[in-house]
Design a protein around this ligand. Structure first.
Ligand code: ATP
Length: 607
């Protein structure tokens, strides 16, 4: 709360200073620069969510700026709409266009995504310059009606104040949104899409949402420019404008303050260099390279690093409660709980060309038991886990989870149905804190919708605090509580594995799939893991694990399933499997070397 108060006091000071500018000067040039800083901040605030939080680089947002600008121009100058209504409509229309570019953009990443967005920008640029009848090309649309108050049209002063109000509103809303479950979900999508899906975050939904948010704010920025100028023409809509917006967010950096820093620095620079367009473009190019190579986290990241180094007291740290009651797993009882089978897979088949890692496999998981899936390297264990968790769709076969079909269902929905998982190669959200990683696991159990999260009070705030407490309780249970505010990627490997488990537990799973949880652990950590798995089972969570450490498998399993060349060759209790001749043959290639296998299965480690 102290931090909140400090933030609002600072905000008040900045607002008072900016609001005073139009009172101390009537110089139109200076006032226009302040106005432009505000407009660029508005455009960048949304683009920051898309580029820095969700990791989608766009080079076509001038197209969305155009949608907003031409919407107010046509609606007011041609069709006589009320300017306020037209202004609101500009944001809505741009948001809809955001969906239009999000859809193809969902299929591609990286450079291909940049190409899609460039394509969109070019199409819009061509439409407004070539479709003369509607958009009047270079000649432009005159007579755009500006906003008004009490029958009085806005003058430059009023524009500055109005933009200042919008900036403050957006800043406060984005600050709440990005600190809550939405902000964490955007970052999760950026860092590890598959892991985000595995904890119930829909990558599809959050990418579309990020595009819509960025389109909305760029549309609003376009409307402001057109209404303030009372004019718009096709010369405004250039590829350079898209680059300029991208530069603001990349240069500003991945923080809620990044767009503000970027907008101030680059708008001032833009105004200083406007007399020398050649130098201007050269400077943008150089800055873009500098931002990408020298300051990967932008100016905000740079300032953060300096503050951590030289003034750690200034960096706010989340205050955490001292003691909390022990964690109790919250789970809705469902029909599946009572049935003798929690997960029932039949005839599962998946081939990659000539390789068939899953060949007509039947798998049945009993509630409350620990099941192990073993087999030589390349036997198809991970593929089967990926099929069960929805990452890979089988070509044939059925899977019922608690009586519900999950074949063809997205991994995030399967996660929300109660299937949690960890990965063979760690997939943590490594730039987030340990606490936030677990909170992402709680994503679908935090009852805070988009608009409630924007306002950040009442229900959303309560839900956030409850999530923080539950995440801390889970960390406590896995002996990670003292690391809560550490960056996940900075933890030692063994603790990172445990954190992945904590994150999976946070999804409130009924069935937990663990892919080689002991990989990379030392003998002591492996012993601890055995106890952790036993405690998870005692919580009532069913476990299916893949493991090569046979001592672990023998110690924790109620039931062992053996795969070889994509086929189930045996299953039963650990001792039944241990003595099964087919299993021995699969592991050693010959039945004569049973003694060696016994060694392996009782204490050794299968490579
Ligand atoms: N996406 C893919 N494309 C092509 N082949 C694949 C793919 N995924 C798995 N395979 C192949 O399927 C086979 C089984 O792989 P899988 O990772 O499921 O085995 P595993 O039993 O988990 O192995 P390990 O114990 O080494 O992790 C391997 O031959 C692998 O190369």
């Amino acid at each position: 709360m102290k931090g909140e108060l400090k933030h609002y006091l600072w905000l008040l000071v900045v607002v008072a200073l900016v609001a005073a500018v139009p009172l101390v000067t009537s110089n139109d040039f200076y006032l226009r620069i302040v106005f432009l800083i505000g407009v660029n901040y508005i455009a960048a605030a949304g683009l920051n969510v898309l580029v820095n939080y969700t990791g989608q680089k766009s080079l076509g947002h001038a197209g969305l700026f155009a949608v907003g600008a031409y919407a107010v121009a046509l609606l007011t100058a041609r069709w006589g709409w009320n300017p306020w209504l037209a202004f609101a409509m500009a944001g809505v229309l741009a948001g809809l266009f955001g969906v239009v570019i999000a859809l193809p953009a969902l299929r591609v990443k990286g450079p291909a995504l940049a190409m899609v967005t460039i394509g969109f920008g070019i199409v819009v640029e061509k439409i407004v310059s070539e479709w003369q009848d509607l958009f009047a090309g270079q000649q432009g649309i005159y007579g755009v009606i500006p906003l008004n108050f009490g029958g009085q049209m806005f003058g430059t002063r009023q524009w500055v104040w109005f933009v200042l109000i919008l900036c403050v509103l957006l800043h406060v809303m984005f600050r709440y949104l990005l600190a809550g479950r939405f902000g964490r979900a955007f970052l999760a999508v950026n860092t590890a899409e598959v892991a985000a899906e595995s904890v119930g975050v829909s990558v599809y939904k959050f990418k579309v949402l990020a595009f819509v948010i960025s389109a909305f704010t760029c549309g609003i920025a376009g409307a402001l420019i057109a209404q303030q100028n009372q004019y718009i023409n096709s010369d405004f809509i250039t590829f350079n404008l898209s680059i300029f917006f991208l530069l603001i967010v990349l240069f500003g950096g991945n923080s809620v303050y990044g767009p503000l820093l970027g907008a101030v620095v680059l708008t001032l620079l833009d105004s200083l260099l406007s007399r020398w367009p050649d130098v201007q473009h050269f400077t943008y190019g150089a800055l873009l390279l500098f931002a990408l190579y020298a300051m990967p986290n932008g100016l905000a990241g740079f300032v953060r690093t300096l503050a951590r180094k030289f003034a750690p007291g200034l960096v706010p740290k989340e205050a955490l409660p001292d003691a909390l009651p022990a964690w109790q797993l919250k789970r809705a009882a469902t029909s599946g709980e009572a049935s003798p089978v929690l997960l029932d897979g039949k005839g599962l088949y998946k081939a990659y060309g000539g390789v068939v890692p899953t060949n007509n496999v039947d798998i049945s998981i009993k509630p409350g038991h620990v099941h192990s899936l073993i087999g030589p390297n390349g036997a198809g264990k991970t593929t089967l886990l990926n099929i069960l968790s929805g990452i890979v769709t089988p070509e044939r076969g059925t899977i019922l989870l608690a009586g519900q079909n999950i074949v063809g269902v997205s991994p995030n929905r399967i996660a929300r149905l109660g299937l949690g998982r960890t990965f063979q190669n760690l997939r943590l959200f490594s730039d987030m804190t340990v606490l936030d990683n677990v909170k992402v696991g709680l994503h679908s159990h935090i009852p805070a919708g988009f608009f409630a999260s924007l306002i950040g009070v009442g229900k959303a705030r309560k839900a956030e605090l409850a999530a923080r407490d539950e995440a801390l309780q889970i960390l406590e249970r896995l002996h990670l509580r003292d690391k809560a505010l550490d960056i996940a990627g900075s933890l030692p490997y063994g603790l990172q594995r445990r954190l992945e488990l904590a994150r999976a537990l946070a999804t409130h799973p009924r069935l937990l799939l663990l892919d080689e949880p002991a990989a990379g652990l030392n003998p002591q950590e492996t012993q601890e893991l055995i106890q952790v798995i036993a405690r998870i089972r005692d919580l009532g969570i069913t476990v299916l694990l893949i493991e090569h450490h046979m001592d672990l498998v023998m110690a924790v399993s109620d039931h062992v399933i053996v795969l070889d060349y994509g086929q189930k060759i045996a299953e039963g209790t650990p001792s039944e499997v241990q003595n099964n001749p087919r299993v021995i043959a699969a592991y050693l290639g010959t039945e004569d070397e049973q003694d060696a296998l016994d060694d392996d299965m009782t204490g050794g480690q299968h490579a």
